[in-house]
Design a protein around this ligand. Structure first.
Ligand SMILES: Nc1ncnc2c1ncn2[C@@H]1O[C@H](COP(=O)(O)OP(=O)(O)OP(=O)(O)O)[C@@H](O)[C@H]1O
Ligand SMILES: [Mg+2]
Length: 249
């Protein structure tokens, strides 16, 4: 396992946001944290990123306990919900940001930025500012910016939430392909089950701070293990999505 969460508990002012959370994500896999609003998805992501600290339990990345390691030293890229690009920086400068922080050489930064612009099919848009881009393009820049320092782990919190349905579909297929091509282990948060089922290798289903079930989309949909999972998952939609045909009884 590349990422392991072991018996994590986290309380905010007496409110328990994570309850004995345990799961693992294999190297190179794309995992979805799926669950209703307030079920603790962002809390889990923030603890992996080092933005919050668990009260109890261990977080392992590549076999190493990272509880006491600052987020900046964990080799993580983070893409937030509202893309949060720097408004007064060009696309190229946004992508270069993490590399500037690392004080990389100018030439190295320039070639890495060009490589990433190519990867996100925005080769000629490096000089634009965020307000001159579509929502989908902005999200692609946010993705490139997170990837620039070559993270071993990519965390995405509702990366498509602010984007309309049609573009959102295209973008998640695009993301799936990009992540596969780059080979970076990734965890993304969503409360849209179709999104999780369509792109993830593995789904971690959360409810009331607990992990209800971990499995492939097929396992979750076809063999739900708790009443919550059974109710939460719309198996009919999943069957349609996967082209599974059930014999008439
Ligand atoms: N800093 C905080 N202080 C107090 N309570 C918090 C804090 N962060 C999260 N919580 C609470 O913990 C619970 C889980 O929050 P979290 O943001 O992890 O949910 P989520 O699954 O990401 O929800 P959403 O889908 O709405 O983003 C919520 O009830 C929330 O109010
Ligand atoms: Mg959230």
């Amino acid at each position: 396992m590349y990422v392991e969460m072991k018996h994590i508990n986290k309380t905010f002012d007496g409110f328990q946001a994570s309850r004995d959370v345990s799961f693992g994500v294999e190297k190179g896999h794309l995992a979805a944290l799926l669950g209703p609003s307030g079920s603790g998805k962002t809390t889990i992501l923030r603890m992996i990123a080092g933005l919050d600290r668990p009260d109890e339990g261990d977080i392992l990345i590549d076999g190493k306990r990272v509880n006491d390691l600052p987020g900046s030293k964990r080799g993580i890229g983070f893409v937030f919900q509202n893309y949060a690009l720097f408004r007064y920086m060009t696309v190229a400068d946004n992508i270069a940001f993490g590399l500037e922080v690392q004080k990389k050489r100018k030439g190295e930064i320039k070639s890495r930025v060009e490589e990433l612009l190519e990867l996100i099919s925005m080769k000629d848009l490096g000089k634009r500012f965020p307000h001159q881009l579509s929502g989908g393009q902005r999200q692609r820049v946010a993705f490139a910016r997170a990837l620039a320092p070559n993270p071993q782990l990519l965390l995405l919190d509702e990366p498509f939430a602010a984007i309309d349905a049609k573009v959102r579909r295209e973008l998640r297929t695009w993301l799936r392909e990009m992540i596969g091509r780059v080979g970076v282990t990734s965890i993304f948060v969503t409360h849209d089950q179709e999104e999780a089922m369509e792109v993830a290798d593995q789904v971690i289903l959360t409810n009331l701070g607990r992990v209800e079930q971990v499995g492939t989309p097929e396992e979750i949909c076809l063999s739900p293990q708790t009443d919550f999972v059974r109710e939460f998952i719309d198996a009919k939609r999943f069957e349609a999505l996967m082209g599974i045909e059930k014999e008439e009884a």
